[in-house]
Design a protein around this ligand. Structure first.
Ligand code: AMP
Length: 189
């Protein structure tokens, strides 16, 4: 089974993806984590991406599509993947579709984790205060921009999956455990 966890920054996509990885044998593909690994490795791509990420903007579709294409063609993708942070634009969603068709696989479920935006600022401030999870883009100013980008570029991806009949919504304002339970219900239905 291949799924997409969808939602604005701070919705809990990463947290829920990690839970699914430990509970089911699935592989998490987080494009944000991949980019942060490039930054940590001081690669040319990492240097370019850091500026964009710190400004709360999106890294180019071309780079992101190549990055995910590379990972989707690996053996780990056969286990079933949880896409976390991809696709973030309609162009990425269309490219993903082509990629999957080529590999004779499909996305089975897209789960939108919906949250109250005011709560996101508190969540991100909390994440920023935890030294082991602190990220350079976790501050109110960058979050405001990331949310704008989410509304302008990422939310328009939702109708693409709604039209395919594979979109479900889960209330992300519940506890981590409750959200996980709802996600499991969707996956087992
Ligand atoms: P995330 O960890 O998913 O919140 O991603 C952190 C940042 O990485 C985003 O704000 C973007 O700048 C960049 N990024 C991650 N995934 C993508 C993507 N699919 N397309 C474009 N930019 C991305």
């Amino acid at each position: 089974m291949n799924i997409i966890l969808f939602g604005p920054p701070g919705a809990g996509k990463g947290t829920q993806a990690e839970k699914l990885v430990s509970e089911r044998s699935m592989v998490q593909l987080s494009t944000g984590d991949m980019l942060r690994a490039e930054i940590a490795a001081n690669s040319e791509l990492g240097l370019q991406a850091k500026k964009i990420m710190d400004a709360g903007e999106l890294v180019s579709d071309e780079i992101m599509i190549k990055m995910i294409e590379h990972r989707m063609s690996g053996d780990e993708a056969n286990l079933g993947v949880i896409l976390d942070g991809f696709p973030r634009t309609v162009k990425q969603a269309e490219a993903l579709d082509e990629m999957l068709k080529h590999n004779n696989v499909a996305i089975d479920q897209v789960i939108e984790i919906s949250v109250d935006e005011d709560a996101l600022f508190d969540r991100i401030a909390h994440r920023a205060s935890q030294s082991d999870k602190a990220r350079d883009d976790d501050n109110a100013e960058v979050l405001t921009q990331r949310l704008k980008v989410y509304h302008d570029n990422t939310a328009p991806v939702l109708p693409f999956y709604r039209n395919k009949g594979i979109l479900s919504q889960v209330d992300g304002m519940m506890s981590i455990e409750e959200v996980a339970e709802k996600i499991s219900e969707v996956l087992d239905s």
